[in-house]
Design a protein around this ligand. Structure first.
Ligand SMILES: CC(C)(COP(=O)(O)OP(=O)(O)OC[C@H]1O[C@@H](n2cnc3c(N)ncnc32)[C@H](O)[C@@H]1OP(=O)(O)O)[C@@H](O)C(=O)NCCC(=O)NCCS
Length: 152
């Protein structure tokens, strides 16, 4: 499912291993594991200042995620997003969490809507650096106040 999220499909296990050791091992990147086996089936994480083009503030970050195709449609990502939002606002004292989806990625749009993010803007011709192309990205955000109001 890489291209819809903005990265090329892996060409083999060795490339996947490199991604696991670099991208997935960066700070604030987490595996999503299926209970009770503790089997990793996806990832959710926060891109901090310097890793995201959505903000240059230390108290803001961007949320990203993916889930293995066999596990889609069970509400797993909304559950993971709710927990990482709690972590971002409570443990890391973030003021705002950004998120975006590329036009056509309606599954991600639904997760963003169900989790209560607020639409901010649409950027035409946003860079997709890993695929060397441009796409339309729809940008949403949630403030700490908005999160707290939803969590009571
Ligand atoms: C986006 C993604 C994380 C959704 O996770 P999820 O746990 O399946 O989320 P949900 O179960 O809440 O489903 C979200 C929507 O996807 C759609 N959907 C889910 N499973 C589907 C399937 N098998 N076929 C078609 N549509 C499906 C539904 O419209 C659902 O919305 P609904 O609850 O209003 O019916 C997952 O599809 C994914 O990993 N996609 C590829 C990577 C990606 O796009 N990452 C995000 C980049 S911004």
């Amino acid at each position: 499912m890489g291209p819809i999220a903005g990265w090329p499909a892996h060409r083999g296990a060795e490339e996947s291993l490199k991604v696991i050791r670099s991208v997935f091992s960066a700070p604030e990147q987490y595996a999503i594991c299926l209970k009770p086996e503790d089997k990793p089936i996806g990832a959710v994480g926060l891109l901090l200042r310097g890793q995201t083009d959505k903000t240059d503030r230390e108290d803001e970050c961007e949320l990203g995620y993916w889930l293995g195709r066999p596990f889609w449609g069970r509400g797993i990502m909304p559950e993971a997003v709710r927990e990482i939002l709690r972590h971002a606002f409570v443990d890391l004292a973030m003021k705002k969490v950004w998120i975006g989806y590329y036009s056509g990625n309606n599954k991600s749009k639904r997760v963003i809507e169900k989790c209560g993010f607020t639409y901010q803007r649409t950027d035409e011709a946003a860079d997709v650096p890993l695929l060397h192309e441009k796409r339309t990205v729809h940008v949403y955000a949630m403030t700490g106040e908005e999160w707290a109001a939803r969590s009571v």
